[in-house]
Design a protein around this ligand. Structure first.
Ligand SMILES: Cc1ncc(COP(=O)(O)O)c(C=O)c1O
Length: 410
């Protein structure tokens, strides 16, 4: 079956219900002690299912349905779902701690991930290294290479196949939240793990939190499941149901939002007060990576306006259709300034080292009519120009914007 058919799914065939019922039980009847004891042993060894579910921290059918769908879509061996994207990363780090403890991470990454990695809270030690420097950063005790592609917030791309080669046998985990299962499947390029904050595109409507890791081996997934059972970072059945449903429309949502993003970026390129734009594939080197491992550039872009931080904040505040908010991948357009919000906690020094400008504005493009979004953006650019931002206009940098690749859309 082709990808879009698998996204929709072939229906809930094993019962009369068209939609899989949501199972909210926290405990299950255990009339047969032998079956119960055997099931307990199975779960303790990381098995995804057993004859008796026993207890919701060990198994839930809605969570398992979501995992099975993700395994199929990502081309992995098995998946494990979690209470949030950060819970998914935490499980990967706890697993890495048990296998040597050293992690090489390619910056930039989501601010929360950066802070967790840097803190060593879960017993890991991190070395931040650019993709080109990963080979040199690997040590005998390195247990994981962590990368986001496209990266949050800079939308930088990493050639996954090359990274896997440079990692030389160390498992590579790709946070593919911005890529979505529709646009890229890192395991097909050699990654050991693909991770998503399902809170974003997979849920798609800003009403459920969750995370999921797909592993290329059942053994690795079993280790993560054992960690989930031990730490209790469970995905709630209602959220699991929401994500399985979200997958059914993920293809149409991502492609329509991507068309809007292409159109907006293309128009903003000609706006005299936009001094920088970041969008996967905008520069030639990136474009080759988009073609190699993605089915399109995605729905996220960043812009900078003349006038620095104050202009950026005035712009975001002046938007009337796009929503000033963190998070991404929702049906509505969300706009925020990473240095103030999503990447604030990592600190100024780390942001500078990573190349995240204070005045960078991140946009998650939604499904609104693109002409309304364009009107909203140009109106907010105009209003913010009259808001006193010029006081710190020295922050403005040189204009360096290239053509929008593959953007037939106006
Ligand atoms: C790329 C990326 N990874 C991970 C996370 C964390 O996910 P969650 O908020 O679901 O814990 C985020 C959140 O913004 C993110 O953008």
């Amino acid at each position: 079956m082709r990808f879009d058919t698998r996204l929709v799914g072939t229906g809930h065939r094993h019962s009369i219900s068209h939609v899989r019922p949501i199972d909210l039980s926290t405990t299950y009847h255990t009339p047969d002690p032998d079956v119960a004891a055997r099931s307990m042993t199975d779960f303790a060894t990381g098995a995804p299912t057993a004859d008796n579910p026993i207890y919701a921290r060990l198994f839930n059918p809605n969570g398992r349905d979501f995992e099975d769908r993700m395994t199929d879509l990502e081309g992995g061996a098995d998946s494990v779902c979690f209470a949030s994207g950060m819970a998914a990363l935490s499980a990967l780090l706890l697993d890495a701690r048990n296998r040597g403890g050293h992690v090489v991470a390619v910056p930039p990454v989501y601010g929360g991930s950066h802070t967790l990695l840097e803190s060593g809270l879960l017993g890991t030690e991190v070395t931040f290294a650019s993709a080109d420097a990963v080979r040199a950063a690997i040590r005998p005790e390195t247990a994981l290479v962590w990368v986001e592609s496209p990266s949050n917030p800079l939308l930088g791309l990493t050639d996954i196949e090359r990274l896997v080669e440079d990692a030389g046998g160390v498992p590579v985990a790709v946070d593919s939240t911005f890529g979505t299962p529709v646009l890229q499947n890192p395991i097909r390029h050699g990654a050991a793990f693909t991770m998503h904050s399902a809170t974003k595109f997979i849920g798609g409507h800003g009403d459920a939190m969750g995370g999921v890791v797909t592993a290329s081996s059942t053994e690795a997934a079993a280790r993560l499941r054992q960690i989930r059972i031990a730490t209790g970072a469970l995905l709630h059945p209602l959220a699991a149901h929401t994500f399985s449903r979200g997958l059914q429309t993920l293809g149409v949502r991502v492609r329509a939002m991507q068309d809007n993003a292409r159109a907006l970026v293309s128009r903003l390129q000609d706006h005299p007060e936009v001094i920088d734009l970041r969008f996967p594939g905008l520069h030639a080197a990136d474009d080759a990576i988009v073609r190699k491992q993605m089915a399109g550039p995605g729905t996220m872009f960043c812009l900078e306006l003349e006038g620095g931080v104050r202009r950026a904040d005035a712009f975001v505040a002046a938007l009337e259709i796009a929503v000033p908010a963190v998070s991404l991948g929702s049906v509505d357009t969300l706009v925020q300034r990473p240095a103030a919000l999503t990447h604030q906690l990592m600190g100024e020094e780390a942001r500078q080292a990573t190349g995240i400008p204070a005045s960078l504005i991140r946009v998650s493009v939604g499904l609104e009519d693109v002409d309304d979004l364009w009107d909203d953006f140009t109106r907010a650019i105009g209003r913010s120009a009259r808001s006193g931002w010029r006081a710190d206009s020295r922050e403005a940098t040189a204009r360096h914007i290239g053509p929008v690749p593959g953007s037939g859309v106006a």
